[in-house]
Design a protein around this ligand. Structure first.
Ligand SMILES: [Ca+2]
Length: 312
């Protein structure tokens, strides 16, 4: 049976690929809705980009909701320097014609978790955790109803990409992340430690372009755009595909390996704000709260991604 999920997202080229991978995989994943949050770019763009991606997938029926436009307690930091001015720079895609839902994303999350049988809905945050934490704060009764949270965020060995100590999604709203990591919900975390091993190298991008479809060209152009920035920044062979690790995990968890450990979020230090303090070596007796992924079979990941994108 397909797993029911809500994708919480701030597209973002890699968010777009994660959404496409989910929508291409109905045997494993049923997308109940997409909730947009402010992150890589401001909310008016992330909700619009979410709809652009659904239309690219020929899925105007997917419900897209706009959520929080700023972190719980802080000013929004965005990442146009990575994703471009629109957040989806690279391909030229038409403005969406499908509607944005009237309901607030936070209320959709609450309503869905209350309506679906307990323990059957997985949350998939691909951006700052503001919508999720706000829903938990507003409706504490839904916390125990969540099956699992599979999220992209954090880093341990790769440390930080927005500050020397912090990964972007966690840094933008550390209070929200803290609330989620303390929720007692089973967590699967895709930190930079794994996403930096899943690189969109030139041959992999060309294999996707060679699908010679609307989606194949768009994804190749998105990863082209991403690659220019990341290759320069990290000196790597290609740009990391962060967010698709989340949806790939739902389809083929055996691609990934990690440790069940304690992970806590720094919320007060100015120097290390948003750091994911991961007890990888188990040097404390703090209780494990997350499956913290450290590696992936990157060949298997790109085989899966290319095969699924070829379905469009
Ligand atoms: Ca994202």
């Amino acid at each position: 049976m397909a797993r029911k999920i809500i994708i919480d997202t701030d597209p973002g080229q890699d968010d777009a690929v994660a959404i496409l991978l989910a929508l291409a995989s109905p045997e494993e994943i049923e997308v109940l809705g997409i909730t947009a949050v402010a992150g890589n770019v401001p909310l008016p763009l992330t909700q619009k980009n979410s709809r652009i991606v659904c239309e690219l997938a020929d899925r105007p029926d997917v419900k897209v909701f706009a959520g929080c436009d700023a972190p719980m307690k802080r000013k929004l930091h965005t990442a146009e320097h990575v994703h471009g001015k629109t957040g989806l720079n690279g391909p030229v895609l038409p403005d969406p014609t499908m509607p944005l839902q009237d309901q607030h994303a936070v209320d959709f999350i609450i309503e869905t978790l209350r309506a679906e049988p307990e323990g059957t809905v997985t949350l998939c945050p691909l951006g700052p955790l503001t919508n999720i934490a706000t829903a938990f704060e507003k409706a504490p009764d839904i916390v125990s109803r969540v099956q699992e949270i599979v999220l992209m965020g954090g880093a341990y060995f790769e440390v930080g990409n927005i500050t020397p100590a912090a990964e972007f999604n966690i840094y933008v709203d550390p209070e929200a992340a803290d609330l989620v990591f303390k929720s007692d919900i089973p967590l699967v975390v895709m930190p930079l430690d794994v996403t930096h091993k899943v690189l969109a190298t030139r041959p992999r991008i060309e294999a996707i372009r060679a699908l010679d479809t609307k989606v194949g060209h768009a994804v190749a152009e998105m990863t082209d755009f991403f690659e220019r920035f990341d290759v320069e920044k990290y000196g790597s062979l290609g740009g990391p595909l962060h967010d698709p690790c989340v949806t790939a995990y739902l389809i083929r968890p055996e691609i990934f390996e990690g440790r069940h450990i304690n992970v806590e979020i720094e919320t007060s230090s100015e120097l290390t704000l948003g750091m994911t303090v991961a007890d990888w070596w188990r040097v404390t007796d703090r209780a494990p709260n997350a499956l913290f992924i450290g590696s992936a079979d990157d060949e298997a990941f790109f085989d899966l991604l290319t095969e699924r994108l070829g379905r469009f």
